[in-house]
Design a protein around this ligand. Sequence first.
Ligand SMILES: [Zn+2]
Length: 276
Amino acid sequence: MPWIDTHCHLDAAEFDADRDMVRQLAKTLGVKTCVIPAVMASHFDKVRFLAHRHADVYALGIHPLYTPQASDADLTTLDKHLHLHHEDLRLVAVGEIGLDGFVPEVNTPEAIAKQTDFFEAQLQLAQRHKLPVILHVRRSADGLLKGLRRFPVVGGIAHAFNGSQQQAQMFIEMGFKLGFGGAMTYDRATKLRALATELPLSALVLETDAPDIPPHWLYTTAQDREKGQAQGRNSPAELPRIASVLADLRRISLAELAAATSANARQALPRLQSPL
Ligand SMILES: [Zn+2]
């Protein structure tokens, strides 16, 4: 069953010790393609290198949580890289960009203004380079929609989607697919599970967000962490099991889910369609 992990931070330091093995294991389990989004300018070369090394694809952008240390020079670097690698068909989107309404450090008035400036500047770069975007959504759906109305792009993926039905509908109307992953594996995530079950199948893509958002079978409780046990590391190899949770929720077969979500990913990131 060929799967696409539409959001995997394979460049993260958590994978420094065993990155090739992690990617190989996921391939063995059917994860044919990973989308590797950058989070800061200093990682642009790394994600491109990794995508080529493992026959994956990548996106270039500055993540909202990394905006405090980012500068205008990083936006210039992004523009340069998008220009320089435009013919590289493994470059599929501008991302990970967006707004984070949860982490306190980026939610002071000045930090919110900086997040918004970087988000809007990167939407304009996506417009200029005619690329879709990969969006970080955390308590920020309305702000993202507002930015997208000002600076419309060709579409993309709202990753780790966690808004309302109505917000989901607005993203879909703007040409977006919604990413679902480990968060949906928890029984208590009733709202998210309802969304994943009730949204049209044509709107969904699968992702791990590895090494983050561990599914329930990797989750270490706060109590155990106090005793020194590390938080479980998510990896692209978890995608098939995460997918089976969604297939059960929707009462469809894994084959149907794999075919639909892969087609959806190719629609959101058209360069995935080109023979790589
Ligand atoms: Zn991410």
